[in-house]
Design a protein around this ligand. Sequence first.
Ligand SMILES: C[S@@+](CC[C@H](N)C(=O)[O-])C[C@H]1O[C@@H](n2cnc3c(N)ncnc32)[C@H](O)[C@@H]1O
Length: 223
Amino acid sequence: MRQHVNPLSHFYQQPRPLPPPAELFSLSELPLHLDIGCARGRFLLAMAKHQPNCNYLGVEIRGALVDAAEADRQALGLGNLHFLFCNANISLQDWLGALPAGLLQRVTIQFPDPWFKQKHQKRRVLQPALLLALAGAMGPGRELFIQSDVLALITPMVQLIEASGGFDRPAADGRPWRASNPLAVPTERETYVLSQGLPVYRVLYQRNDRNLEDQLVAIDNRA
Ligand SMILES: C[S@@+](CC[C@H](N)C(=O)[O-])C[C@H]1O[C@@H](n2cnc3c(N)ncnc32)[C@H](O)[C@@H]1O
């Protein structure tokens, strides 16, 4: 299986439609957890079993992984979980704008592809426009959790989120990184990294009540 696809390539620029929430979940009014770059979906399959009173939506740019994750979900009969193929940087803005107000409870971006080379950094998933769309769909107190084993990747993510002014860290959290994962289930990449004895860098943010549009447009224009 190829490790990466280029999200900027022509093939991935086509926006995908978001099915109505009632087609995605048995109880569409439950709080929603969105996992961006869910890969094979094992984290969400376990979370959805563990927390049946929450809906889980995994989005992933590699279609074969989405098909395999959806097959597992159906075999397990999980009505509070769905996997969708999309380029998060192309489709999520509209999808988030279409969600009923207050539904989005938590967003996770876990071990995103690092794209180390300077000329490839525009391929990284957390770009100002995506952060703006997420912030617009998240009410005060809603959570944004990021984690990675790559310091050179998570540091600019932290800088972007904090420069936006729209998110705060819970006061009790460690600085600069949380000591532990606040979620009940580790991701596949997390399990592998920890098994190698390597560090994981994590931050849990909460949306505040500040409007960050002007701030982020300025950041986007500088990028
Ligand atoms: C390194 S994997 C991590 C998977 C999982 N979150 C974990 O922690 O095990 C990153 C995933 O993000 C997906 N991805 C990268 N860019 C994306 C984009 N623009 N939209 C949706 N998914 C994307 C990749 O295809 C890959 O499956």
